[in-house]
Every structure is written in C-alpha cells, then in structure tokens.
Design a protein around this ligand. Sequence first.
Ligand SMILES: [Zn+2]
Length: 442
Amino acid sequence: MGEKKYWDEKIETLPRLELEALQLESLKEIVAFSYENSPYYKRSFDEAGVKPSDIRTLGDLAKFPFVTKQTERDTQGVGSFLGEMCAVSESEVVYVSASSGSTGVPTLSPFTKQDFDEWQDVESRLFYQVGMRNTDRYVHALNFTLFVGGPDVIGAQNLGALCIWAGTVPSERLLFILKEFQPTVIWTTPSYAWYLGESAKKIGIDPARDLAINKILVAGESGGSIEVTREAIEKLWDAKLYDFFGISDIFGACAAMCDAKDGLHIAEDHILVESVDLHTGEILEDRKQGELVLTTLRKHARPMIRFRTGDIGYVERKKCECGRTHARISIVGRKDDMFIVSGVNIFPSDVEFVVRGLKGISGEYLIRVFDKNFTASYSLEIEKEEGSSESDEALAERVSTALKARIGVKPSKVIISKDGELPRATHKAKRLIDERKLNYNI
Ligand SMILES: [Zn+2]
C-alpha cells in the first residue's frame, strides 16, 4: 500500500457543497450552545436582536455581532476566572493558553479535553500537509510557557514524528541539537530561521550542507508568505519553507501552506472564515483584502463567534491544485502595523518584499513612521553589503525608486547603515517604529 496523500482525505477533499453543509450544521449547534451556556453571548445576541434560530444559511452569520480582543479583556475574570465568554464550567477545562500581552492584558484561551484533542488532530493534519511523516525528526522551537503554539508539538507526535521539545533555548543550544540529533524539520519564526542560519555559519556550520533540516515551518510574522524572504531562507538552509498561521484565541495553527504555496489552507471544518471591510464590517468577496474574521465551529470551552483577528488578508475558496477543498487565506499584515501615507495603505510586508529582492543590501530594515508638517511620512533604514562599491546616494535612490514602483509612495528618506548595524531579531522582529504612537504614550 502506498503512502496516503492526506491526513484525513474525506474531510480535506470534501466537495465544497458538502463542506458548507457540514459547516452550517456545526454553526447552528455552536451558536445555540453559546447562547445557552455563555452569559456574554446570551447578552450580546439579545442586545443585537438575534437568536440562534436565525441561522438558516452560512450567510446569516452576518447578522451576528463581532467579538474583538477588547471583548475578551472586558469579559475575562467576570463571574469566574475564565470570564463570561466561557461556556463550560472550569472543571471541564483542561488547558488554558495566554496571549503574550504585547498589546495589553494577556487574554486566556481555554480548551476542554475534546477541544484540545480536536485541535491537535488539526495540527497533525497541517503537519502532514507540509510533508511531515513518522520518519521525520522534528524540533519544536516555539515557546512552551503559556503560548498556544507550545502544545502543537503533540500534533506532530500523534502523527508519529520523533519530537524534540526544544522550546526557545539559546541559539547555541539549538544549534547543538541540530548538529547532534540531525533533525529534519523545525518550526520557528522567519526572522529566527534567518538568524539561526547566519549564526550557524559564523561558527563554521553550513546549514545547507552540515545539517539535515529539509523543512522549515514558520509563523508569527509575514516573512513566510513573502516569496523573496522565503526563497532566501530556503537557499540558506537548502530546505523547503512553509508558512503557518495561528492565533492564541483559537488554535496554535489554524492554517498552513501546501506544496502549491499559494495561500494557507484553513481547517474549515473547525473554523469559518470571513473577510470584512475594515470600516463598515461588510463581508467582502473572495480575493478582496479585508480584516479576517474567524468563527470556531467546534470549540466548546470558549466559542469564538465572529472574532475580528486584526489580521489583514483575503480568502480564496477555489479548489487548490493539491486537491484540498478547504479555503486558503493569505495574510498581508496586522491591522496595527498598517500605516497610511498619501492615502495608500502600507504594510511592513510590502517594504520587506522590496528590500529582500534588491541586490547589494543585507535584507534587514527598519521603518519609522512620523508626522512631517502634519502629514504622515516614513523613512527606511537599510544596510549596505560589505565591500559594495555603490555610493550611498545611488543606493538610496535605487531603493526609493523600487519602493515607489511597488507601493506607490516613496519614503521621505533612505538611511544607509553598515552591514550588521541594525538589530537582529531572535524571535519576533520589530521592524516598524511608529513615532506618532510613541508620542501619544508619553
Ligand atoms: Zn493546496
């Protein structure tokens, strides 16, 4: 018998009509369950004048109110430790993750035993999709402390891979693991994959030749979906790179790339995805860029009904060449990182696309957004490669022109630094400084 092509062929290749019928059935159940068991949803639906019986088609979900990060914060700890959005008693909860709290109070995400097991089955599916098999040695280099990506290693273990629970150890320790155990798959952030590969080279290890890594899974930043960044990391490691998408409020990974590398398949039997207009909240057609809104169809501890993720991207429901029928999402950036110059929405990923594609510079960058004469402007700092004979002026002009061509707006200034002067990110890179926001905080 040959190797199976999918982890769960029936579900992953379910014709769209059947998939949507399954989603509708789950949606009716979870909306009714939330209304009956979560004090928050009861109140919120009543206030909006909607009832679970209003769901007759998937489109009817549009009548229901959104929830946001703020909803989570406002209801957390109210009534019970897990808060008013929670729909089960604490005795049924077996695991809770917490967000990093980088933009406020950390929010908790509870799971029942069944939620947890089903989540890990989704993780096995996504790992299998990128080619992980029981013959692989897998290094899970994500944070285990409260972070929702930590337990995803169980999905790899359930698939049968040999799992090394590395966590976020110092890079010398991780390189030791890579050298001694010769694992084949690693999961980290794109910035760290780059940093780790460069660090290896500095101590005489060629990641492409001396290490066995042939697949790199990344999440947490947009780099994995930016072709030039992806290709640079793939070349450094002589490995294939796959982008994953997860959020602490739902699953460690909700979606992942397949070999077509044209968006990330989202587990639609568990998560319903919408893209909505940033301002009006109206649902957008496929391939139209908006804020992604996710609804969990099967999580009972804390159902998320129309959660505005803050991630900007689009949805594609056309069947993929890999045979999977589940929608693909493409994410361009966080709503919080978007800035507007001369009426144009700009994401750091747009700038990265340009910077990583140009020759003669290191690929590192720092964007500063500021007000100049009451108008938003941005500057860009880059690093000139060592030994380059190009003048700073000529390089700045070349970068500026490339940015204008891609984004439509030139930076007010391009600052040229020496190779190695910009800070290297070890985990999640901070490459955008919005000085206008800094001023507000003082
Ligand atoms: Zn596919």
